[in-house]
Design a protein. Structure first.
Length: 83
């Protein structure tokens, strides 16, 4: 954490320290419900695919939306760190 730039260190400090086991299993279930093509290109995931993924993972569609949002946010952060 000390080696991260100030803005990233602050954001990382605000994130929960450890995801609980249930949340981790939920994320894993959502990812496993995706096809390999959807995993490699998440921009393909539209409403009907989100419903299918949610049904396959046994979670609400909002959980799929939240995971995709977190993924996009992390991609942006990694691009900022790279540059």
């Amino acid at each position: 954490m000390d080696k991260l730039p100030a803005q990233f260190a602050q954001a990382a400090a605000q994130a929960p320290q450890m995801m609980d086991d249930r949340a981790l299993r939920r994320v894993e279930g959502i990812i496993n419900a995706m096809t390999p093509q959807e995993r490699s290109k998440p921009e393909l995931i539209k409403a009907s695919r989100k419903r299918r993924i949610a049904a396959g993972a046994g979670v609400p569609v909002q959980a799929v939306n939240q995971l995709l949002g977190q993924f996009e946010q992390m991609q942006k952060m990694m691009k900022l760190m790279k540059g």
